[in-house]
Design a protein around this ligand. Structure first.
Ligand SMILES: NC(=O)c1ccc[n+]([C@@H]2O[C@H](COP(=O)([O-])OP(=O)(O)OC[C@H]3O[C@@H](n4cnc5c(N)ncnc54)[C@H](O)[C@@H]3O)[C@@H](O)[C@H]2O)c1
Length: 382
């Protein structure tokens, strides 16, 4: 297959590019380094340094003999993206190229506007590039479980049957996101559904939970091929922040009561899910929505787990509850369905103590680069 990876320099994009290439597909990775730019502007640089995309691709080629094409440019630039799609003629596009930080999108007008404009325009341009140059191409779009929020009923896989006054119909499951970033994902889904319905596109929208992990078969070939690892309040996920706090011997900061429950997955399973989605494209005119996570944890459960493993490794790990900078339910019902990817063949890599210990070991090797001031919340939902 010819697979175009948009956001190919990112945490998920780079490992995805390597995995598809090693599986024998032709791969082109596109990025404009937006993530690196925002990280620099907000004092949120990654723990380990990552070479730029062409350098990573060159190293990967030296080690494996396999070439990953690279195109540096902005997916919001219609001419650029349309040109890449026309030239590369992809059969699948994996669309990761968005501003993914909820706190960044909540800083103020400029950051909210930049997030809205980047994410919606990139998705819109992907749709039009496909309509114009690759009509049969399968768009695999990364959404988020955060689109659904935390409703007091079971979360279905994208769609819900509603019976109303004696009649019934199927609709997109109601979504109520908790940040402007997550709201751009809701809007993306609506945009894609419109173009699927009216223009017959072929789309998979993956509602992914927070991803953790640094190890993939290809990333393990060389430390310079590792995905980026952010641990700050802007880009760092709760798992990364806890790992770094444990390594730095400062208390793990639980926001509020810590009952916030979400679905998580190992980066190895993200790679499996994308590969499974690509190998089983939906029909033209179908928007397939899959909930992409393997197990659920509350923030308290994650803190307990990291503390237990850290203490077992000789660290002294404490847990502290701090004022929640976000507006969210801190105790709630959470029961999302996640059958679709399992039915396609997903074999989960769960978050065992060994997996946590391996991540913590990697962080400890870079402990001298930790800047603890980056971890506590600098952005509040107002
Ligand atoms: N990592 C997670 O836990 C997680 C969970 C759920 C959903 N997602 C989604 O998955 C996708 C990838 O996430 P990630 O963690 O790898 O984020 P990331 O920021 O590391 O990767 C996104 C990449 O896209 C690039 N990019 C953004 N806008 C662009 C544009 N207009 N043109 C070209 N490149 C652009 C960025 O520079 C970055 O390298 C995002 O859409 C994110 O919302 C991630």
């Amino acid at each position: 297959m010819r697979v175009l990876i948009l956001g190919g320099d990112g945490y998920l994009g780079w490992p995805t590019a390597m995995a598809f290439r090693r599986a024998g597909h032709e791969v082109c990775a596109v990025d404009n380094y937006l993530r690196r730019r925002i990280a620099g502007e907000t004092n949120s640089d990654a723990l380990m340094s990552n070479p730029l995309l062409p350098e990573r691709a060159a190293l990967f080629e030296r080690l494996t003999g396999l070439k990953i094409e690279v195109a540096i440019g902005d997916c919001c630039d219609r001419g650029f993206l349309s040109g890449v799609v026309q030239k590369f003629a992809p059969e699948a596009i994996v669309h990761y190229a968005e501003q993914p930080s909820a706190p960044y999108s909540m800083i103020g007008y400029d950051e909210a506007r930049a997030t809205l404009s980047n994410n919606l325009t990139a998705t819109f341009n992907v749709v039009w590039a496909v309509l114009e140059h690759a009509r049969d191409c399968h768009i695999i779009k990364l959404g988020t479980m955060g689109e659904y929020g935390t409703p007091n009923i079971d979360i279905e896989e994208g769609w819900i049957e509603i019976a109303h006054k004696g009649r019934s119909d199927k609709f997109l499951y109601p979504r109520q996101a908790g940040s402007l970033y997550h709201t751009t994902k809701v809007l993306d889904t609506d945009l894609l559904w419109f173009y699927v319905r009216i223009y017959g596109l072929r789309v998979t929208d993956l509602m992914q939970g927070p991803v953790y992990g640094l190890s993939t078969d290809e990333a393990d070939l060389d430390p310079q091929l590792m995905p980026n690892f952010h641990y700050d309040d802007i880009f760092g996920t709760v798992v990364n922040r806890f790992l770094v706090q444990a390594a730095a011997q400062v208390p793990l900061t639980v926001y509020g009561k810590g009952g916030q429950t979400r679905g998580y997955l190992n980066i190895r399973d993200t790679l499996q899910c994308i590969a499974l989605a690509a190998a089983h494209p939906p029909a033209r005119g179908e928007l397939r929505i899959l909930n992409q996570f393997t197990e659920t944890f509350s923030v308290n459960q994650l803190a307990e787990r990291v503390a237990r493993v850290g203490n077992g490794m000789g660290l002294a790990v404490a847990v502290e509850s701090i004022d929640n900078p976000r507006k969210e339910l801190e105790e709630h019902y959470y029961n999302p369905v996640h059958r679709g990817l399992a039915e396609l063949g997903l074999k989960p890599h769960l978050m065992t103590d060994d997996v946590v210990a391996a991540m913590l070991g990697e962080v400890l090797r870079h402990r001298n680069r930790i800047v603890v001031e980056r971890i506590r919340p600098r952005v509040r939902w107002r």
